[in-house]
Design a protein around this ligand. Structure first.
Ligand code: ADP
Ligand code: MG
Length: 454
């Protein structure tokens, strides 16, 4: 059968099944070939393949027989190329994950790729994270659902994503029969929006309802996004009712997520809520030691002086991601210049990181200082009013937050009354421009920076 004949046949099918079913189920089919009496079509998901096979298989076969001889059977094959377009890269502070195909979890499931480094083996347990770790371990056993959902929360870089991936990896080995799906709340939203746009909501719902273990990372992202929240709520309820395990992470406790519907908050609190505390010295040292063990394999022959790890654990107390980044850079640098990693080399190589973690200027501090300077109230700076007398100081404060803290644009936006990251970006750019054009602004900003850094 030629593609043209298939096109003709599709028209015929459209007349039979109606526009709705046609766009949902028939149109996405791609005719591949007919071989040994078997007509093969590519489908984006196996759910879809099953559905079409059960509901339209006979019909399609019947119509095919009228066009080609000797067709006995139709077969629907999942084709990776047809699967839903990849969701855009998250814009948050997440590092790019190593590309293990999403298919690694389950062929057609709507999950995101897993980072192969994020396993329980590489997760260092200490006081601040022992409860979260224990809860994650329990869920990863894949036994009967004991608490639903498991809600993990904590600041940036404390290991939430690592733990979730670890659960997924573990379940893949222990319970390969389960459909385990991991994705960020942002990806959930993209999927949802895409399904709406492509009029594939049936597919979307079925896909998510067919999951056995659902993990949604950074759920605070859907706050304020009403229709996404709504859909998330339905998915959540359907899975809980089906006694399926749900694991959620967020940067704060359920009750503290602004613009999240109350019914969702209370649902999220129903299971086990555990937080990851900021790291302490021992945990940081432990993490560094385990990383060094890994690096030793990568850079054999590198020598590290005593006290370097202790120094770093002491000095870099922000988040684990920064700590890791520092170590990576240190090893790369030392191997490039072929020198032993001494305290001195460490201080040279990481001068900026060390300085940054030294001052630890907070967003709140910046907001207060800037509000004082411009003589406006803090609530007006953070509030919704857009008049110039508030908007300009607000932009100055955003600019300084970007310059002086390690906060990402979305995080900064959140602390400015839940503004969008694009608003923050715009504000930062505006001040950059003004610093060139307007001597007064430049002076103000410079003065504020100096007092903040003092
Ligand atoms: P979050 O999702 O909470 O922002 P991540 O899970 O992405 O944080 O962790 C940031 C980085 O720090 C990752 O590279 C992760 O492997 C590492 N990390 C965090 N906590 C630990 C830990 N306890 N042991 C080992 N590595 C950790
Ligand atoms: Mg994360």
């Amino acid at each position: 059968m030629t593609q043209e004949q298939w096109g003709q046949l599709q028209k015929d099918l459209l007349a039979t099944v109606g526009q709705n079913s046609f766009s949902n189920w028939i149109e996405p089919l791609k005719f591949a070939r007919i071989e040994n009496g078997v007509a093969t079509f590519h489908v984006p998901t196996s759910f879809m393949g099953n559905y079409v096979s059960q509901n339209f298989g006979e019909l399609i076969l019947h119509k095919l027989k009228a066009v080609v001889d000797n067709v006995r059977r139709v077969h629907f094959q999942v084709s990776a190329n047809l699967s839903a377009r990849a969701a855009p890269q998250a814009r948050g502070a997440e590092p790019a994950v190593s590309a293990k195909p999403a298919a690694a979890i389950n062929d057609d499931m709507p999950g995101a790729p897993l980072d192969s480094r994020f396993t329980f083996d590489t997760f260092v347990v200490g006081k601040p994270n022992e409860l979260a770790h224990a809860a994650a371990r329990r869920v990863a056993e894949g036994g009967p659902v004991s608490f639903n959902p498991l809600f993990l929360y904590g600041g940036v870089g404390l290991g939430k994503t690592h733990l979730m991936h670890a659960i997924a990896h573990e379940l893949q080995t222990k319970r390969p029969d389960l459909n385990v799906v991991y994705l960020s709340a942002e990806q959930f939203m993209y999927r949802f929006v895409q399904a709406l746009r492509d009029r594939k909501m049936m597919d979307f719902k079925h896909m998510f309802r067919a999951v056995d273990v659902l993990m949604v990372d950074d759920v605070q992202f859907i706050a304020g996004k009403d229709s996404t929240q709504e859909e998330f709520f339905h998915t959540f309820n359907a899975l809980v009712d089906g006694n399926k395990q749900i694991i959620i992470s967020a940067d704060r406790a359920p009750g503290e997520i602004k613009d999240l519907e109350d019914r969702i908050k209370s649902r999220l609190q129903c299971g086990l809520v555990v937080d990851l505390h900021p790291t302490d010295y021992e945990l940081r040292l432990g993490i560094l030691q385990s990383k060094v063990d890994q690096y030793r394999l990568q850079y054999p022959g590198l020598v590290m002086a005593d006290g370097v790890l202790e120094f770093l654990s002491h000095r870099i107390s922000t988040n684990v991601r920064v700590l890791e980044g520092a170590l990576t850079r240190l090893f790369a640098f030392a191997s490039l210049v072929g020198r032993e990693i001494t305290l001195e080399l460490t201080q040279d190589c990481l001068a900026d990181v060390l300085r940054a973690s030294e001052r630890k200027i907070t967003v709140e501090e910046i907001q207060r200082k800037v509000a004082d300077h411009y003589n406006i109230r803090l609530s007006d700076m953070i509030g919704p009013k857009r008049v110039r007398s508030y908007a300009r100081p607000r932009q100055v404060a955003m600019y300084l937050c970007k310059q002086l803290t390690s906060r990402s644009l979305p995080e900064i936006g959140r602390r400015f009354g839940g503004r969008d990251h694009t608003t923050v970006m715009h504000g930062v750019r505006r001040i950059e421009e003004l610093r060139v054009q307007d001597g007064q602004i430049d002076e103000d900003v410079e003065m504020l920076r100096r007092t903040l850094e003092a």
